[in-house]
Structure formats: C-alpha cells, structure tokens
Design a protein around this ligand. Structure first.
Ligand code: ATP
Length: 250
C-alpha cells in the first residue's frame, strides 16, 4: 500500500529523518515508534504532503506521492488524526462527523465558521450513523462532542476519519492521555478500522497498545530506522532495548 524509499528530511542541517525505508502491506496495522525527536511526526508530515522530503521517494498504491500537496494526498484516500483533539465545539458528535470532510480538506481551524448551517446531506448523515454504530457511539450522537470525556472525544475523531471511507489512516498518538479502559477500547477500534479494509499507520508511545495491535513495528532513533519486524522481533532486538524500550521514555 505504501512504500517509503530512502526518505530523508533535513531542516537547515538538522536531519529529522535520514535514509528511512519501509513497506506497509495493504490491510495491515503498522506502528512507527521511537523516542521523542526520533522523526515520527516528520515522517507523518512527509507522507501526508505537509512536508516535501529532501531526498527519497514515496509510493502509495504504486503512485509516487512525494512532494504532492496535502489535499492531493487526501484525495487518494489518505487520512490522518492529530495528537491533540480537534473537534468543533458547539457541534454534536454526529455533526462533527458530517462536517469532517470540509475540515480535513481545508486544514484550517477557522473555516467551519463560514460553513453553511446545513450540516451534511442525507447520505452524509446515513454514513455518520453507520460509522457511529461501528464505534458504539450511537447513544452519544446528539451530545455536544466537546462536552464528552477526553477519551471519547478522541474516539469521535477516529470515527470522523472513517467518514470518507479512506484507504489509509495515519493515527498520531491516539492513546495519549487515555486511561487503561479507554486504551483497551481504542485497540478494538483500531482493529475495527483495519477490518473495514483500511490500512493503518500508528504512531504511539503506549507500548502495550503497540505490541498488542501491530502486525509490524518500525523503530526510529535519531531519524534513522534501527529495527523493523513483528512486535516479538522488535521487543527482542538489543538496539531497540538499548535506545527505547529499556529507557524510561517507553
Ligand atoms: P515526538 O515523539 O516528541 O513527537 P518525533 O519522533 O515525532 O518526536 P519529530 O517531531 O519528527 O520527532 O522531530 C525530529 C527532529 O526534527 C527533532 O530533532 C526536531 O527538533 C526536528 N524538527 C522537527 N520539525 C522541525 C522543524 N519544522 N524545524 C526544525 N527542526 C524540526
């Protein structure tokens, strides 16, 4: 589904990512892990077109995407969620889903103020109800989204990412700030997303989640890939233990 080929990204001499290659198989869950500053967010930004790589190539379903604009990448069926909650205040859970498409395309927080009050057509509302049912959020459809507990708000964001039936979803630290129960629910949600036919790339610091949900784990350290494999292989890798899993950071 995605091939990252010898990708580097430098910011005025700082090598945020250096010569990183990996493959993501269709319909799989791959996690990208590593200590703070390892280059994970930079990699997400390069894949989604927010940043152009300094060197290297990216192929999505066989098509080169390096250097394409974010809306062009989004139009191929690539969606992302963010580290911080970005729901519309004053809108219900269902409305957050039906206007979600506008937001993702624009990337501008202020744009929703200018949206027409007609929050989605009948087809949009039907899809929203389908997605809410999938995430067991039906009972909360008419609640104001930002009044809900933090973990639930993050799950609403995940549901919103599924609205447009993406082919590939990048989830940026979805478990951040969640309690154990919420994280367990999140693991089920991520599997459900994969079962819907979506390929998932997860950036996450919660190692119990990463190890239980991933088909494959890619480990970055100081911008370089230091390991790649199944959760079991990565957990046994001495370089990974030394640089990440063995430290307090993990
Ligand atoms: P975290 O787990 O803290 O989110 P990360 O693995 O996502 O970290 P990045 O945010 O990708 O790491 O940062 C990788 C390196 O690139 C860091 O040294 C960071 O300071 C640097 N960096 C990232 N973005 C920029 C930028 N816009 N300008 C300059 N340096 C940057």
């Amino acid at each position: 589904m995605l091939e990252v080929q010898a990708v580097s990204k430098a910011f005025r001499g700082i090598h945020a990512i250096e010569d990183v290659s990996f493959r993501i198989e269709p319909n799989s869950i791959t996690s990208l892990i590593g200590p703070n500053g390892a280059g994970k967010t930079t990699m997400i930004n390069v894949i989604t077109g927010v940043l152009a790589p300094t060197r290297g190539a990216l192929l999505f379903a066989g098509q080169p995407i390096a250097g394409r604009r974010p809306h062009q990448v989004a139009s191929l069926g690539i969606r992302r969620t963010f580290q911080t909650v970005r729901l519309f205040d004053k809108l219900t859970v269902r409305e957050n889903l039906t206007v979600g498409g506008y937001r993702q395309l624009s990337g501008r927080r202020w744009l929703h103020r200018f949206l027409p009050m007609n929050l989605g057509d009948a087809a949009g509302r039907r899809r929203a109800d389908e997605v809410l049912a999938m995430f067991d959020l039906t009972a909360l459809a008419d609640e104001i989204a930002t009044d809900l507990p933090y973990g639930t708000q993050r799950r609403v964001e995940l549901a919103r990412a599924l609205m447009g039936r993406p082919r590939f979803a990048l989830l940026d630290e979805p478990a951040a700030g969640m309690n154990e129960k919420e994280t367990a629910q999140l693991v089920r949600d991520v599997r459900r997303i994969r079962d819907e036919g979506v390929t998932v790339l997860l950036v996450e610091h919660d190692m119990s989640m990463v190890m239980s949900v991933s088909d494959k784990v890619v480990v970055l350290n100081f911008g370089r890939k230091i390991a790649e494999g199944t959760p079991g292989e990565v957990q046994r890798n001495p370089d990974v233990i030394a640089s990440y899993l063995g430290s307090d950071d993990a």
